[in-house]
Structures are given as C-alpha cells and as structure tokens.
Design a binder for this molecule. Sequence first.
Ligand code: CA
Length: 219
Amino acid sequence: MQILLVEDDVELAAALVRALRARGYAVNQVGNGRLALTAVRTEAPDIVVLDLGLPDMDGLQVLRGIRANERHLPVLVLTARNSVEDLVEGLDRGADDYLPKPFAMSELLARLRVLERRLGTSTSSEIRVGEVSLDTARLEVRCDGVAIDLPRREYMLLKALMENAGKVLSRASLESRLYGWGEEVASNALEVHVHHLRRKLGTQFIQTVRGVGYRIPLP
Ligand code: CA
C-alpha cells in the first residue's frame, strides 16, 4: 500500500513517515501542493493523506487538482482548522475522510484501514491485461489461463504495473513499493525482478522506458 503524505510541518511529517513505514506502508512525503500534484501523477499512490495548510497552495485547491484526474483515489484530509464549514467544504470537494489536528496516531491508522478496506471492496479483485490476469484477493496470477507462481516481490511489482497499465511507473516509485521498509536495495534488484517476470509472462509484456522506469502497455 503506497501512501502519498502531503505535509509541510517537518517534525510532524517525519513522525508520520516513521510510524507509517513501521506498519509496512510505503510512504512518499512532499511538503507543498505543487509537488503533491506531480507525485499523484508520477507515483500513482493508493491513498493520499493531505494537510490543508500548505505553503504554496490551499489544500482544497490541491484536492480539486487531484479530483480533476483521479476520481477514485482516496484522500484523507488533515487540518488544524476545525470549523464545520471547512469540514463540509473538504468533503464536498471530494475528500473521503477528514481528521482534525491534533490527532492520535492510532486514529490516523484506523482511518487509513477504513480507506484500505474500501479500496479492496470497491474495485473488482481481478485485473486483466491481455492474456495475463491477476487476482488481488487470491494473490493468483494466470497467463493464458495457466496459474503462475510468483515470489512476493515479483507479485508486488506485477500488481503495481498492472494496476497502472498504460502508465509509466518510475524506478523510485516501484522500488518504494517493493522495499518500503528501509531495506537495503541492490542497484540492479528491480531489473532482476523485471527479467524474471518477462521470462514467465513474455518478453514484450513489460516495456522499459529508458531513463524513467517501466510500463505494461495496454493491448
Ligand atoms: Ca501545514
């Protein structure tokens, strides 16, 4: 589960990143609205945690920017403002949930679990691209109907690329999904996983986008 954390308060952001990584989330943190909108496009996060008080843009403007392209991306809004008007406005503009500051970490984690569950139930568990299908509920991959056994990291890599079929995912984004726990990553680890997946699914299934990352093209 990849979280984009948009928070400009350096201490709070560092504490949140530590706590979320400790629970196994892959976290990318940015400190302003402009970087947040770029990251939503290039990193394809699963959930956005968005502070409304940002240095360069109003958080609600960022939320509108996200919603312009990503209608279903769950956004959990954080804000020090606690008036009813802000709450209503945030929800009206497409926030999925709202957490007033200060909040307990346990509360944030509970809200994230709710959004995660919603993600799991709102979309079909099967993703299909060409002859390859991936069942995220059963953790099953089939190619031409034949079940294929994949090690965990190859499965995670394939899932990220198939969920974003047609889009290029950057190396950094893929590495943070596969190694989001502060692990050492060998510089060629990603290439090795891609190589194995190509051997199992066909050499053309995953494209290299030179200098950027990888993509599974839509058939
Ligand atoms: Ca702030």
